[in-house]
Design a protein around this ligand. Structure first.
Ligand SMILES: [Zn+2]
Length: 344
């Protein structure tokens, strides 16, 4: 893909007293914040929606446990929700280079974008909330986390990409920013945002010119034989999931003879028991039934792989005849010598 950051932007944007100042920037305060901190990182997200208003309402809604510092609309409008020296709740369970819980280190930027697109039986593509997307707005690309198999994404308008760049530049001028990361990198497997349609590498190359981690973003651990992924790094630990030979896992860190990995539990669930959840932080749909079987295929005759319960958040992959293919991410351990490492 051909991404470029416009080098000719002359931005007047700046951070004054932990607030972004410049044209077309609104302030609309969220109450979902924690204490003060000193930011040293920026985390880039997509909202999993196309409306800035809806995203701002969601990030302010006390019933939904997610917030962020900044929302950037598809038209370049910017809404700031909290001062940049106050913690917001955008990262969720997260880990990078041994650091855990990125809310307490990072500024969260949410970019209005529907995210991944699902292929329909007629060959067209819809957002997870079932809006048909014009082919000119679709980017076909693999995700940097190789366990994400989705290949179609909603384009980010250039005006929006340039606004994100201006924001990051202003933040880097105001704080000692060491890392600009995607949510997909601090929650590998669980999150896919901002996804391959966003020029994340170009953005940080230009602003920071650094990217180091325990494993490179494209690193992959491939399972050598049928086996189980375990809850803890010991042989008699509880088994979390069966893996078949050839399954791709996202390596997180080495712990003695064990490798901590992120892995996907994939299966099918009946669509009527899932409702959309536009919060981005924890998935794209919520289970509404008390118990919901996740099956190996889109019929009631398929095997039950696991049982989901009311309130579980899931990510949607595709739909078929009243069923959704879904995935959830989990983390566990596999023996180091049972996987083969690949650096894409
Ligand atoms: Zn996110």
């Amino acid at each position: 893909m051909n991404h470029h950051i416009n080098p000719l932007i002359q931005s007047d944007m700046e951070v004054v007293n932990h607030l972004l100042k410049g044209e077309n920037i609104k302030y609309d305060s969220t109450t979902k914040v924690s204490g003060q901190y000193v930011p040293d990182s920026i985390i880039i997200h997509y909202t999993a929606g196309d409306s800035t208003d809806v995203a701002v309402k969601t990030l302010k809604n006390p019933a939904i446990k997610a917030s962020a510092h900044i929302v950037v609309g598809m038209d370049g409008e910017i809404v700031q929700l909290a001062p940049l020296n106050i913690i917001t709740w955008h990262a969720g369970q997260s880990e990078y280079k041994g650091r855990v819980g990125y809310n307490k280190y990072s500024i969260g930027i949410e970019i209005s974008n529907p995210g991944y697109l699902m292929k329909q039986p007629d060959g067209s593509f819809h957002t997870w909330y079932n809006k048909k997307i014009d082919p000119s707005l679709i980017v076909e690309a693999n995700h940097r986390n190789k366990i994400t198999t989705v290949k179609h994404w909603h384009k980010y308008p250039e005006v929006q990409i340039n606004r994100v760049y201006e924001i990051c530049e202003a933040i880097c001028a105001a704080y000692d920013i060491q890392q600009i990361l995607g949510h997909e990198e601090i929650a590998p497997g669980r999150k896919t945002d901002p996804g391959p349609a966003f020029p994340l590498d170009a953005l940080r190359d230009k602003l920071l010119n650094q990217n180091n981690s325990t494993f490179p973003p494209a690193a992959l651990a491939v399972v050598n034989a049928d086996m189980k992924v375990l809850k803890d790094a010991k042989a008699d630990s509880e088994a979390l999931w069966n893996l078949t030979a050839g399954t791709n896992l996202k390596p997180i860190k080495v712990q003695g003879d064990w490798l901590k990995v992120a892995f996907r539990k994939e299966g099918w669930a009946m669509r009527e028991f899932l409702v959309g959840d536009n919060t981005d932080d924890d998935g794209d749909a919520v289970v509404t039934a008390n118990r919901l079987n996740m099956r190996s295929g889109p019929t009631k005759e398929n095997d039950v792989l696991m049982v989901l319960v009311k309130g579980d958040k899931v990510n949607l992959i595709e739909q078929n005849n009243g069923w959704y293919k879904i995935w959830i991410e989990d983390r566990g351990f596999v023996a180091n010598n049972m996987v083969t490492m690949q650096n894409a």
